[in-house]
Design a protein around this ligand. Structure first.
Ligand code: GLN
Length: 307
């Protein structure tokens, strides 16, 4: 076993016994998750994936789709047009907060639901299928393989998505949402329901780490400047109302999702991802947070550390 995989194995043994938290239950299909699952992966500059635990387990990407759909919108429309619809300030509030700027109605940032729905509505595409296709194509390019929507989770999200629909109606009343409410939320539910593994997420993180070039496929997915913009926003807003403490403790841009996934980016070094379904009160996976924190510590990855 190579030394990095040995280190990952060691971290797996250390974190596995932690059993705090509970899976998300507001989306019925997520409540049924196998809570014992734990996996994580790292990907370096040469695209070599090292993974431990249940690394073949698939789960829905959920909010981790947000930075990648933001990347697509920034790439297509440019920074100014995106910033006209969404801010870049941490909200200090939960992911599903009704967080709209006074006057403009802009959501605080693209990492909370309101902002992500606004950004998703900017993706070119006349109907849900067209827009979803653009999103799936881009996220697949980040992952280096074709991703698919989990139709059961999608149906479950759509059936219980009243709060997200309400957010979309509010956005539309302020002129922040592009097009119709139903098109926007259905495309958003589909982007959240894409199936991934920790390997996929680690490759996606690595693509951001290496300036928008996927280290596995060697393909440029987005411009370097777009990758930098996305990482900056992940750095301040990626962990919801835990973002400040996360930056203090771990010091890496990151994004979590409600199915228990988490990815973090060490710029120019590697992408990391973890998965474990039990969540804390912020909606972040308890064990995924511990894993990435431990890896950042062992590899000395805090961005603001002097070397
Ligand atoms: N699909 C979920 C929602 O919109 C995503 C939220 C999350 O992962 N935090 O509620």
């Amino acid at each position: 076993m190579d030394p990095i995989t040995a280190l990952l194995d060691d971290v797996l043994d250390e974190i596995a016994p932690q059993d705090a938290g509970a899976p998300a239950d507001y989306i019925p299909e997520l409540a049924a998750a196998d809570t014992d699952r734990l996996a994580f992966a790292v990907v370096g500059p040469h695209g070599r994936v090292r993974a431990v635990g249940d690394d073949a387990a698939e789960f829905t990407i959920q909010s981790i789709s947000k930075p990648f759909v933001l990347a697509l919108a920034l790439q297509e429309l440019g920074r100014e047009r995106v910033l006209a619809r969404v801010g870049v300030e941490p909200s200090g509030e939960p992911f599903n907060a009704i967080s709209l700027e006074m006057g403009t109605g802009r959501p605080a940032n693209p990492m909370i639901n309101a902002g992500a729905i606004a950004v998703s509505s900017l993706v070119p595409g006349g109907d849900v299928d067209e827009r979803t296709a653009r999103i799936v194509e881009t996220l697949s390019a980040f992952a280096g393989r074709s991703l698919w929507v989990d139709e059961a989770v999608y149906a479950s999200e759509s059936a219980t998505g009243d709060r997200n629909r309400a957010l979309a109606h509010l956005l539309r009343s302020h002129g922040v949402l592009e097009g119709e409410v139903e098109t926007a939320v259905e495309a958003y539910f589909r982007q959240c329901s894409l199936l991934v593994t920790v390997r996929d997420l680690a490759v996606m993180a690595a693509t951001l780490a290496f300036g928008g070039v996927n280290p596995l496929t060697r393909r440029r997915v987005i411009d370097e400047r777009v990758a930098r913009d996305v990482l900056s926003i992940m750095g301040s807003c990626g962990m919801y109302d835990f973002s400040g403490e996360w930056m203090l403790r771990v010091g890496l841009p990151a994004k979590s999702g409600v199915s228990g996934g988490l990815l973090a980016v060490a710029p120019s070094q590697f992408g990391v991802a973890a998965f474990s379904p039990r969540l804390d009160t912020h909606g972040n996976s308890v064990r995924s947070v511990l894993v990435v924190e431990e890896l950042a510590e062992r590899f000395g990855m805090h961005m603001l550390e002097s070397h």
